[in-house]
Design a protein around this ligand. Sequence first.
Ligand code: PEP
Ligand code: MG
Length: 320
Amino acid sequence: RRRLLEELRDLPATTVDGTRVRLRANIELPDDRGFVHRVNAEGVGLYRSEFLFMNRPEAPDEEEQFNAFAEVVSAMRGEPVTIRSLDIGADKSLRSEGMEENTAVNPALGLRGLRLCLRRPEWFRPHLRAILRASALGPVCLMLPMLTSMGELRQAKALVRALQDELCAAGLPFDPQMPLGIMVEVPAVAMAAAHFAREADFFSIGTNDLIQYALAVDRGDDDVNDLFDPLHAGVLAMIHNTIAAGHAAGIPVAMCGEMAGNPAYTELLLGLGLREFSMYPGAIPEVKEIIRRTRIDRAEALAQALLAGDRRALEARRED
Ligand code: PEP
Ligand code: MG
Protein backbone atom coordinates (compact mmCIF):
# COMPACT_ATOMS: atom_id res chain seq x y z
CA ARG A 1 0.00 0.00 0.00
CA ARG A 2 2.83 2.36 0.93
CA ARG A 3 4.51 1.62 -2.39
CA LEU A 4 1.30 2.29 -4.25
CA LEU A 5 0.97 5.68 -2.62
CA GLU A 6 4.60 6.51 -3.41
CA GLU A 7 4.10 5.59 -7.05
CA LEU A 8 1.24 8.06 -7.16
CA ARG A 9 3.57 10.90 -6.25
CA ASP A 10 4.48 11.85 -9.81
CA LEU A 11 1.20 10.95 -11.48
CA PRO A 12 -1.23 13.79 -12.27
CA ALA A 13 -4.45 14.29 -10.29
CA THR A 14 -6.70 13.63 -13.29
CA THR A 15 -10.04 11.84 -13.37
CA VAL A 16 -10.75 8.86 -15.66
CA ASP A 17 -12.34 11.26 -18.16
CA GLY A 18 -9.42 13.65 -18.13
CA THR A 19 -10.55 16.41 -15.75
CA ARG A 20 -7.53 18.03 -14.16
CA VAL A 21 -7.68 18.65 -10.40
CA ARG A 22 -5.25 20.69 -8.29
CA LEU A 23 -4.05 19.33 -4.98
CA ARG A 24 -2.41 21.83 -2.66
CA ALA A 25 -1.10 21.68 0.87
CA ASN A 26 -2.22 23.25 4.14
CA ILE A 27 0.75 24.28 6.25
CA GLU A 28 1.22 25.98 9.58
CA LEU A 29 4.93 26.71 9.86
CA PRO A 30 7.81 27.32 7.44
CA ASP A 31 9.23 23.94 8.57
CA ASP A 32 6.31 22.16 6.89
CA ARG A 33 7.64 23.08 3.45
CA GLY A 34 9.65 19.83 3.05
CA PHE A 35 6.49 17.81 3.50
CA VAL A 36 4.82 19.75 0.66
CA HIS A 37 7.55 18.57 -1.74
CA ARG A 38 7.50 14.97 -0.52
CA VAL A 39 3.90 14.59 -1.61
CA ASN A 40 4.41 16.73 -4.72
CA ALA A 41 1.64 19.20 -3.86
CA GLU A 42 1.01 22.03 -6.33
CA GLY A 43 1.96 24.71 -3.86
CA VAL A 44 0.26 25.84 -0.67
CA GLY A 45 -3.51 26.40 -0.61
CA LEU A 46 -3.60 27.53 3.01
CA TYR A 47 -0.73 28.89 5.07
CA ARG A 48 -2.16 29.41 8.57
CA SER A 49 -0.03 32.47 9.42
CA GLU A 50 -1.34 32.74 12.99
CA PHE A 51 0.97 29.90 14.04
CA LEU A 52 3.87 32.38 13.80
CA PHE A 53 2.23 34.27 16.64
CA MET A 54 1.45 31.38 18.95
CA ASN A 55 3.33 30.17 22.02
CA ARG A 56 5.56 33.19 22.43
CA PRO A 57 5.52 36.23 24.68
CA GLU A 58 5.74 38.90 21.95
CA ALA A 59 4.25 39.19 18.49
CA PRO A 60 6.77 38.86 15.60
CA ASP A 61 7.65 42.15 13.89
CA GLU A 62 7.31 42.82 10.15
CA GLU A 63 10.85 41.62 9.40
CA GLU A 64 10.44 38.31 11.18
CA GLN A 65 7.12 37.69 9.46
CA PHE A 66 8.60 38.61 6.08
CA ASN A 67 11.47 36.14 6.63
CA ALA A 68 9.05 33.35 7.52
CA PHE A 69 6.87 33.99 4.45
CA ALA A 70 9.92 34.45 2.20
CA GLU A 71 11.26 31.05 3.27
CA VAL A 72 8.08 29.30 2.20
CA VAL A 73 7.59 31.28 -1.03
CA SER A 74 11.19 30.66 -2.13
CA ALA A 75 10.96 26.96 -1.28
CA MET A 76 7.91 26.52 -3.55
CA ARG A 77 9.94 27.26 -6.69
CA GLY A 78 7.21 29.02 -8.60
CA GLU A 79 4.19 27.14 -7.21
CA PRO A 80 1.70 29.52 -5.55
CA VAL A 81 1.54 30.11 -1.81
CA THR A 82 -1.82 31.20 -0.43
CA ILE A 83 -1.09 33.10 2.75
CA ARG A 84 -4.08 33.54 4.99
CA SER A 85 -3.95 36.73 7.01
CA LEU A 86 -4.02 36.34 10.78
CA ASP A 87 -6.99 34.28 11.91
CA ILE A 88 -7.03 34.57 15.67
CA GLY A 89 -9.82 34.56 18.20
CA ALA A 90 -12.31 31.76 18.97
CA ASP A 91 -10.51 28.39 18.77
CA LYS A 92 -7.16 30.03 17.94
CA SER A 93 -6.14 32.01 20.98
CA LEU A 94 -2.89 33.84 21.64
CA ARG A 95 -1.05 35.02 24.66
CA SER A 96 1.39 37.40 22.99
CA GLU A 97 1.86 40.74 24.68
CA GLY A 98 -0.72 43.26 23.60
CA MET A 99 -2.83 40.50 22.07
CA GLU A 100 -4.91 39.69 25.08
CA GLU A 101 -7.05 36.62 25.59
CA ASN A 102 -10.48 36.81 24.09
CA THR A 103 -13.00 37.00 26.90
CA ALA A 104 -16.10 37.34 24.73
CA VAL A 105 -19.14 35.36 25.88
CA ASN A 106 -19.38 33.83 22.42
CA PRO A 107 -15.88 34.00 20.90
CA ALA A 108 -16.78 32.11 17.71
CA LEU A 109 -19.31 34.86 16.95
CA GLY A 110 -17.12 37.67 18.26
CA LEU A 111 -14.05 39.58 17.20
CA ARG A 112 -11.99 37.04 15.30
CA GLY A 113 -10.09 36.73 12.03
CA LEU A 114 -10.45 39.69 9.72
CA ARG A 115 -12.85 41.45 12.09
CA LEU A 116 -10.17 41.61 14.75
CA CYS A 117 -7.43 42.64 12.28
CA LEU A 118 -9.46 45.54 10.90
CA ARG A 119 -9.85 46.83 14.46
CA ARG A 120 -6.13 46.49 15.14
CA PRO A 121 -4.26 48.20 12.32
CA GLU A 122 -1.16 48.27 14.52
CA TRP A 123 -0.90 44.48 13.99
CA PHE A 124 -2.56 44.23 10.64
CA ARG A 125 -0.41 46.76 8.77
CA PRO A 126 3.02 45.18 9.44
CA HIS A 127 1.47 41.74 8.84
CA LEU A 128 0.11 42.73 5.42
CA ARG A 129 3.34 44.54 4.53
CA ALA A 130 5.26 41.32 5.24
CA ILE A 131 2.90 39.34 2.97
CA LEU A 132 3.09 41.96 0.22
CA ARG A 133 6.89 41.99 0.37
CA ALA A 134 6.99 38.18 0.14
CA SER A 135 4.95 38.45 -3.08
CA ALA A 136 8.07 39.84 -4.79
CA LEU A 137 9.76 36.44 -4.41
CA GLY A 138 7.20 34.18 -6.10
CA PRO A 139 3.47 33.81 -6.65
CA VAL A 140 1.59 34.74 -3.48
CA CYS A 141 -2.18 34.91 -2.99
CA LEU A 142 -3.57 36.79 0.00
CA MET A 143 -6.60 35.17 1.62
CA LEU A 144 -8.87 36.84 4.17
CA PRO A 145 -10.43 34.64 6.89
CA MET A 146 -13.87 35.04 8.50
CA LEU A 147 -14.97 37.62 6.00
CA THR A 148 -18.64 38.42 6.49
CA SER A 149 -19.49 41.58 4.57
CA MET A 150 -18.63 43.35 1.36
CA GLY A 151 -17.66 46.37 3.46
CA GLU A 152 -14.91 44.32 5.13
CA LEU A 153 -13.61 43.19 1.75
CA ARG A 154 -13.48 46.76 0.46
CA GLN A 155 -11.82 47.98 3.65
CA ALA A 156 -9.15 45.27 3.42
CA LYS A 157 -8.56 46.05 -0.25
CA ALA A 158 -8.18 49.75 0.45
CA LEU A 159 -5.65 48.97 3.18
CA VAL A 160 -3.68 46.71 0.82
CA ARG A 161 -3.63 49.45 -1.81
CA ALA A 162 -2.41 52.02 0.72
CA LEU A 163 0.35 49.66 1.87
CA GLN A 164 1.37 48.99 -1.73
CA ASP A 165 1.75 52.76 -2.21
CA GLU A 166 3.87 52.87 0.94
CA LEU A 167 6.13 50.07 -0.30
CA CYS A 168 6.40 51.75 -3.66
CA ALA A 169 7.47 55.02 -2.05
CA ALA A 170 10.04 53.15 0.04
CA GLY A 171 11.39 51.36 -3.05
CA LEU A 172 10.47 47.92 -1.70
CA PRO A 173 9.40 45.34 -4.31
CA PHE A 174 6.03 43.51 -4.37
CA ASP A 175 3.75 41.89 -6.92
CA PRO A 176 1.11 44.46 -7.93
CA GLN A 177 -1.02 41.65 -9.43
CA MET A 178 -1.19 39.57 -6.23
CA PRO A 179 -4.66 37.97 -6.11
CA LEU A 180 -6.76 38.87 -3.08
CA GLY A 181 -9.33 36.23 -2.20
CA ILE A 182 -11.60 35.27 0.64
CA MET A 183 -12.37 32.26 2.75
CA VAL A 184 -15.99 31.28 2.43
CA GLU A 185 -16.72 30.13 5.96
CA VAL A 186 -19.67 32.27 7.02
CA PRO A 187 -22.98 30.84 5.74
CA ALA A 188 -24.31 34.20 4.52
CA VAL A 189 -21.24 34.60 2.31
CA ALA A 190 -21.75 31.11 0.85
CA MET A 191 -25.39 31.97 0.08
CA ALA A 192 -24.45 35.33 -1.48
CA ALA A 193 -21.36 33.95 -3.23
CA ALA A 194 -22.36 35.43 -6.61
CA HIS A 195 -22.23 38.87 -5.07
CA PHE A 196 -18.79 38.32 -3.46
CA ALA A 197 -17.39 36.73 -6.63
CA ARG A 198 -17.61 40.12 -8.31
CA GLU A 199 -15.00 41.61 -5.95
CA ALA A 200 -12.88 38.69 -4.71
CA ASP A 201 -10.14 37.21 -6.90
CA PHE A 202 -10.73 33.68 -5.58
CA PHE A 203 -12.71 31.69 -3.03
CA SER A 204 -11.54 29.02 -0.64
CA ILE A 205 -14.24 27.17 1.28
CA GLY A 206 -13.42 26.71 4.96
CA THR A 207 -15.67 23.82 5.88
CA ASN A 208 -14.50 23.63 9.50
CA ASP A 209 -16.10 26.95 10.27
CA LEU A 210 -18.78 26.86 7.56
CA ILE A 211 -20.23 23.65 9.02
CA GLN A 212 -19.91 24.96 12.57
CA TYR A 213 -21.90 28.08 11.73
CA ALA A 214 -24.37 26.45 9.34
CA LEU A 215 -25.35 23.70 11.78
CA ALA A 216 -24.89 25.70 15.00
CA VAL A 217 -22.45 23.04 16.23
CA ASP A 218 -19.29 24.16 18.02
CA ARG A 219 -16.36 22.62 16.12
CA GLY A 220 -14.41 22.07 19.35
CA ASP A 221 -17.16 20.80 21.65
CA ASP A 222 -16.96 17.02 22.16
CA ASP A 223 -20.54 16.90 23.42
CA VAL A 224 -21.88 17.80 19.99
CA ASN A 225 -19.20 16.21 17.85
CA ASP A 226 -21.64 13.67 16.42
CA LEU A 227 -23.81 16.52 15.11
CA PHE A 228 -20.97 17.99 13.02
CA ASP A 229 -22.18 16.70 9.67
CA PRO A 230 -20.44 17.61 6.38
CA LEU A 231 -23.13 15.69 4.45
CA HIS A 232 -26.08 17.75 5.72
CA ALA A 233 -28.00 18.76 2.60
CA GLY A 234 -27.95 22.39 3.76
CA VAL A 235 -24.15 22.36 4.02
CA LEU A 236 -23.82 20.74 0.59
CA ALA A 237 -26.16 23.35 -0.92
CA MET A 238 -23.88 26.12 0.39
CA ILE A 239 -20.77 24.41 -0.96
CA HIS A 240 -22.46 23.84 -4.31
CA ASN A 241 -23.65 27.43 -4.55
CA THR A 242 -20.19 28.78 -3.72
CA ILE A 243 -18.48 26.65 -6.36
CA ALA A 244 -21.09 27.41 -9.04
CA ALA A 245 -21.09 31.16 -8.36
CA GLY A 246 -17.30 31.36 -8.34
CA HIS A 247 -16.97 29.46 -11.59
CA ALA A 248 -19.75 31.47 -13.25
CA ALA A 249 -17.79 34.62 -12.41
CA GLY A 250 -14.58 33.05 -13.70
CA ILE A 251 -12.69 32.95 -10.42
CA PRO A 252 -10.91 29.90 -8.91
CA VAL A 253 -12.72 28.09 -6.10
CA ALA A 254 -10.79 25.89 -3.68
CA MET A 255 -11.66 24.10 -0.47
CA CYS A 256 -9.20 24.11 2.43
CA GLY A 257 -11.28 22.80 5.36
CA GLU A 258 -10.81 19.23 6.67
CA MET A 259 -13.56 17.99 4.37
CA ALA A 260 -11.22 18.50 1.38
CA GLY A 261 -8.69 16.02 2.77
CA ASN A 262 -11.13 13.26 3.66
CA PRO A 263 -11.12 10.61 0.89
CA ALA A 264 -14.68 9.65 1.85
CA TYR A 265 -15.86 12.96 0.34
CA THR A 266 -13.56 13.27 -2.69
CA GLU A 267 -15.96 11.95 -5.31
CA LEU A 268 -18.85 13.95 -3.89
CA LEU A 269 -16.80 17.19 -3.97
CA LEU A 270 -15.77 16.55 -7.57
CA GLY A 271 -19.47 16.05 -8.34
CA LEU A 272 -20.26 19.39 -6.70
CA GLY A 273 -17.79 20.97 -9.15
CA LEU A 274 -14.71 21.36 -6.94
CA ARG A 275 -11.45 21.28 -8.88
CA GLU A 276 -8.99 22.56 -6.30
CA PHE A 277 -8.40 20.88 -2.94
CA SER A 278 -6.05 21.97 -0.19
CA MET A 279 -5.30 19.63 2.70
CA TYR A 280 -2.88 18.26 5.24
CA PRO A 281 -0.04 17.10 2.94
CA GLY A 282 -0.18 13.50 4.22
CA ALA A 283 -3.72 13.15 2.84
CA ILE A 284 -2.76 14.02 -0.75
CA PRO A 285 -1.79 10.55 -2.05
CA GLU A 286 -5.04 8.89 -0.97
CA VAL A 287 -7.21 11.69 -2.32
CA LYS A 288 -5.27 11.60 -5.58
CA GLU A 289 -5.85 7.87 -5.86
CA ILE A 290 -9.60 8.41 -5.63
CA ILE A 291 -9.56 11.26 -8.14
CA ARG A 292 -7.78 9.00 -10.61
CA ARG A 293 -10.60 6.43 -10.28
CA THR A 294 -13.47 8.96 -10.55
CA ARG A 295 -15.73 9.56 -13.52
CA ILE A 296 -17.22 13.06 -13.42
CA ASP A 297 -20.68 12.03 -14.66
CA ARG A 298 -20.98 9.45 -11.88
CA ALA A 299 -19.64 11.95 -9.34
CA GLU A 300 -22.28 14.46 -10.45
CA ALA A 301 -25.04 11.90 -10.03
CA LEU A 302 -23.76 11.19 -6.52
CA ALA A 303 -23.73 14.91 -5.72
CA GLN A 304 -27.30 15.34 -6.99
CA ALA A 305 -28.49 12.46 -4.78
CA LEU A 306 -26.83 13.92 -1.68
CA LEU A 307 -28.06 17.45 -2.42
CA ALA A 308 -31.53 15.90 -2.43
CA GLY A 309 -30.86 14.37 0.98
CA ASP A 310 -30.32 10.77 -0.14
CA ARG A 311 -27.38 9.85 2.10
CA ARG A 312 -27.55 6.19 1.19
CA ALA A 313 -26.16 7.09 -2.24
CA LEU A 314 -22.71 7.49 -0.67
CA GLU A 315 -22.84 4.08 1.03
CA ALA A 316 -24.08 2.46 -2.15
CA ARG A 317 -21.11 3.97 -3.99
CA ARG A 318 -18.67 2.55 -1.43
CA GLU A 319 -20.11 -0.92 -1.88
CA ASP A 320 -19.65 -0.73 -5.67
C1 PEP B 1 -11.85 26.22 8.04
O1 PEP B 1 -12.50 26.91 8.82
O2 PEP B 1 -12.33 25.28 7.39
C2 PEP B 1 -10.41 26.46 7.83
C3 PEP B 1 -9.75 25.89 6.86
O3 PEP B 1 -9.79 27.28 8.70
P1 PEP B 1 -9.46 26.95 10.21
O4 PEP B 1 -9.66 25.49 10.46
O5 PEP B 1 -8.03 27.38 10.40
O6 PEP B 1 -10.43 27.81 10.94
MG1 MG C 1 -11.78 28.75 9.61
